[in-house]
Write a protein that binds this ligand. Structure first.
Ligand code: AMP
Ligand code: ZN
Length: 464
């Protein structure tokens, strides 16, 4: 039985979806004003791990992840760079998709963009006004937090007496500033050309209403899991709950999952602090996607992950051990014997691995169990105990494990020897830093109807 730590209530709870085996899950996606950094990617990897584990357990998962392409940051940045918002955010939306593909993150079922759902947001705000939860002031519309008794339940924020006097217009603010917040922001000079003329007046949505409107549109007024980084607990998720529950009268989300931060030398990795690494930064330094994927998924999601290059090097070794194990297993082997002890180890391993993940996705413990299994299996191979008779089950187990890790079993790709050789030459050129040659070879490969895709398993060819 899967147990997850629910931020709402702050304890581990047994996970049971509302609708039998169908899980509905929403994750706050990227704010597309810059390339994702490793911290963002950590959160997206945890979303991916959770989803993959739910699938392994037999659930059908519907996952929606939004793209924040309108908020204070995207507007400020696009204006300061003099590029229209849409064009500006498109570039970083592409960067996001490219990164998650490289890291082997499964695509969600939908990626709604805030800019495409303004009508729904206006609809929710109008209903909030009608129900007495929202009011207009100076061209903006605010949510009145004192009207909702449950406000603060998720984060522990307290509603002060002056909450409606010191209203907040910014998207981001601290818990000590729990005040009425903007649902709709009346147009101001700094918004430039970015506005919508609606029944609420000229302006744009606040960040929080975006997620309420899009999650309700795609998943309904109540759904199972909502994921995001811990920085979103307040105000973003507190406000999402307020807006959604005030308008629907139903419980919005049953399990709130929050991912701890990735930090660099003790500080949160953040675009605004300028201490961040992107995937591109690391691959230019020679690190590969599988090491990065491993590093990001190997710690417990509720622990901070201190990013170090030493950690990345260790991750590379761990991946290699797993891949080497798999290669040994598919190689030649002694025929026909079946060893009871090996079989027992295998059964026990699979159970312990899944039990560890059942316990609030305890990945460090699951990986410890896995490496113990790898050690034992290597020993059985060395001393000849392991033969054909046991091979199938071990390969099956590693494939099952890899449906979550996404690092061990290379996908089968059929290409000609000639194309394979070109791919290798391109890889070598990349390692040597000869980008011109690498691009050149990529061009040759593309002209024969294939595209090179970088994945955690290394570069792969896909037919276009
Ligand atoms: P953003 O693009 O800033 O909206 O963030 C996208 C996701 O990454 C959100 O769920 C954030 O909570 C999460 N996030 C931001 N910074 C970090 C960090 N340093 N470590 C882990 N997750 C983060
Ligand atoms: Zn959100």
């Amino acid at each position: 039985m899967l147990r997850l730590f629910n931020t709402l209530g702050r304890r581990k709870e047994e996970f049971m979806p509302m609708d039998d085996q169908n899980v509905k899950m929403y994750a706050c996606g990227p704010t597309v004003y810059d390339s994702p950094h490793l911290g963002n990617l950590r959160t997206f990897i945890v979303v991916d791990t959770l989803r993959r584990f739910l699938i392994l357990k037999g659930f059908r998962v519907t996952e929606v992840m939004n793209i924040t392409d309108i908020d204070d940051k995207t507007i400020r940045r696009s204006r300061s760079e003099g590029i229209p918002l849409r064009q500006y955010t498109e570039k970083y939306t592409e960067a996001f998709f490219s990164d998650i593909d490289k890291l082997g993150i499964m695509r969600a079922d939908a990626y709604p963009k805030a800019s495409q759902h303004i009508d729904e947001m206006v609809g929710v705000i109008k209903r909030l006004k009608e129900a007495g939860y929202a009011y207009q002031s100076n061209g903006s519309t605010y949510f009145s937090i004192s009207k909702l008794k449950t406000y603060g339940n998720l984060s522990g924020a307290r509603v002060g007496e002056l909450s409606s006097v010191n209203r907040v217009s910014e998207d981001e603010y601290g818990k000590e500033d729990a005040h009425d917040f903007a649902l709709w922001k009346g147009w101001v000079e700094e918004d430039g050309e970015i506005y919508w003329d609606t029944e609420l007046g000229r302006g744009r949505p606040g960040w929080h209403i975006e997620c309420s409107a899009m999650s309700m549109k795609f998943l309904g007024k109540s759904f199972d899991i909502h994921v995001g980084g811990v920085d979103l607990i307040f105000p973003h998720h507190e406000n999402e709950i307020a807006q959604s529950e005030a308008v629907s009268g139903a419980r919005f989300v049953r399990y709130w999952i929050h991912v701890e931060h990735l930090i660099v030398e003790g500080k949160k990795m953040a675009k605004s602090l300028g201490n961040f690494y992107t995937l591109g930064d690391l691959t230019r330094m020679g690190y590969d996607y599988s090491s990065i994927r491993y590093l990001l998924l190997s710690s417990h999601y509720r622990d901070r992950l201190n990013f170090t290059f030493e950690g990345l090097r260790q991750a590379k070794e761990s991946v290699k051990r797993l891949q080497d194990m798999f290669q040994r297993l598919v190689g030649p082997m002694q025929p026909h014997r079946f060893d009871e002890r090996v079989a027992e180890d295998s059964t026990r391993f699979m159970k312990e691995f899944e039990d560890a993940l059942d316990d609030d996705l305890n990945m460090p413990s699951a990986l410890a169990v896995l490496f113990d299994y790898v050690r034992k299996t290597n020993r059985y191979l060395d001393d000849g105990t392991l033969s054909e008779g046991n091979r199938e089950e071990i390969v099956k187990n590693l494939k099952r494990v890899d449906s979550i890790l996404g690092l061990i079993v290379p996908p089968v790709v059929h290409v000609t020897a000639e194309l394979g050789a070109l791919l290798e030459r391109r890889e070598k050129a990349r390692i040597d830093g000869d980008w011109a040659l690498a691009d050149d070879i990529r061009g040759t490969i593309e002209s024969s109807g294939f595209r090179v895709e970088d994945t955690p398993y290394g570069p792969k060819l896909k037919r276009v």
